[in-house]
Design a protein around this ligand. Structure first.
Ligand SMILES: [Zn+2]
Length: 454
């Protein structure tokens, strides 16, 4: 077996392990419960929350001294009364307190990593069971888009399925057991769009799971080529999906876009139902929306979440930068899951490689995962194929870190960009107060964006 074949096999095995009978059974049970009255769902959430708080007391030294929840007490009130809101800075500064085993990971605990786009990258330890739960939540969500297990689907996300320098089709990998066609987003360009569309059509998928920016590029090409590929749904996530992207994707493929919201820390999961509402899944985590004083608000506030399934490293009242507000009333879909309106904190411009092909912001994050000695980064396009990586270095930063970052871009993002690393003292926020981690500063990009490069 070739090295590539072995790599492919281990890649597919990983996916197969996640979509196992446990994940399928958990998804089926959640689908059966999703239209239960809110009070019943809350009872279930309370039981999971009790377990999480108890686990945290035993596993994490930060919570070891917390009083034990008295029997019969309201666990939600107890949580608000005794547990402070924490954030990424707390986890980084207090690794010994907030991580199990004082931050020494067991080899069988999967890792989740944030990309470090808006600060120091962070890892969280996960239990194998919580990884299977994660798959179950996605299976449940896909059912809202009409998907049932065993139907073929295509994937145009961050999966690294082949060498980035490959120049011959196929640019995809068929997972026979999972009935999934993994398509290489890094190879999507004007030259490859038609063969990719043909490849996807040949697999006859009912849905495509994609980064919105990648699905948009593919959809523009499909319309330009008059390609007959039709889909029932496109599932987007990981980046904000803009209305113009949604329209183009729905028009090109004759489908509906179903978007979901999540993050590497996995403290909240919201997904669109068939009526377009984003429902927060109360079985996934406990979500609060809090103002600057950490008080509940009906207005836009920070998303704060408590995990319910990760017994290796529970996160309790963990605040992220994203903002959202509750939507009152009931959804016509009949699910009692609360609805939420998101106000994305992320602002991402479209960058292009030197051939004028758009590069997804989510793909760019791969160059910034697991980097060390870095406080903050920003990726700017400054000319045709010219990108500048601005780095606010931490005290341990060395020249070798710059080389490592440049290598990451070549290996994980694109071979068709020239990246220079520039060390800066700080990266200012936008006038709106938002942090723009991918920024387009080359005037020539306007013509590319308007024309639709692919
Ligand atoms: Zn709904």
């Amino acid at each position: 077996m070739s090295v590539n074949a072995v790599k492919n096999l281990s890649f597919l095995t990983r996916h197969l392990i996640r979509r196992n009978p446990f994940a399928l059974a958990r998804a089926a049970a959640m689908i059966a419960r999703e239209r239960l009255p809110a009070a019943e769902l809350q009872q279930r959430q309370a039981a999971l929350l009790r377990l999480t708080l108890e686990t945290a007391r035993h596993r994490l030294s930060r919570y070891a001294g917390m009083p034990s929840l008295p029997p019969g007490a309201d666990v939600f009130a107890w949580l608000r009364q005794h547990y402070p809101v924490i954030d990424k800075a707390d986890l980084i500064a207090g690794r010994e307190e907030y991580y199990p085993r004082r931050g020494a990971r067991r080899p069988w605990w999967p890792q989740g990593k944030t990309s470090g786009t808006s600060g120091t990258p962070l890892e969280v330890f996960r239990s194998v069971s919580s990884v299977i739960w994660e798959e179950a939540f996605h299976l449940q969500f896909w059912s809202w888009a009409g998907y049932s297990d065993g139907q073929p689907q295509a994937i145009l996300r961050g999966d690294q399925i082949m060498a980035i320098g490959r120049q011959q089709p196929p640019y995809w990998l068929w997972d026979h057991y999972g009935k999934q066609l993994f398509v290489s987003t890094r190879h999507l360009s004007a030259d490859t769009a038609r063969t990719m569309l043909d490849g996807i059509a040949a697999a006859a998928p009912v849905q495509l799971r994609a980064y919105p920016s990648s699905a948009y590029v593919l959809a523009q090409a499909a319309e330009r080529l008059g390609h007959p590929l039709r889909l029932r749904a496109v599932i987007t996530g990981s980046e904000p999906v803009y209305p113009s992207q949604r329209e183009q994707i729905e028009r090109s493929f004759g489908c509906r876009v179903y978007d979901f919201y999540g993050m590497a820390e996995r403290i909240a999961f919201a997904a669109q139902c068939e009526h377009g509402a984003y429902h927060v899944n109360p079985e996934y985590s406990l979500v609060e929306i809090l103002d600057e004083q950490d008080q509940p608000t009906e207005d836009f506030g920070h998303v704060v979440g408590t995990t319910l399934h990760n017994q290796v490293m529970p996160l309790i009242r963990y605040r992220i930068a994203d903002r959202a507000r509750w939507v009152a009333g009931a959804c016509p879909c009949g699910r009692a899951y609360p609805r939420i309106e998101l106000s994305s904190g992320k602002v991402e411009d479209q960058l292009f490689d030197r051939t004028g092909t758009p590069v997804s912001a989510s793909i760019i994050t791969f160059a910034l995962k697991a980097v060390t000695n870095v406080k903050k980064t920003q990726v700017a396009q400054t000319g045709p194929g010219q990108w500048e990586l601005r780095v606010v270095p931490d005290s341990g930063y060395r020249e070798a870190d710059s080389e490592g970052l440049r290598d990451n871009f070549l290996q994980y993002v694109s071979t068709k960009v020239d990246v220079t690393v520039r060390l800066v003292e700080d990266i200012p926020l936008q006038a709106s107060g938002k942090f723009k981690w991918v920024t387009q500063e080359w005037p020539g990009a306007r013509a590319l964006a308007a024309g639709g490069a692919v």
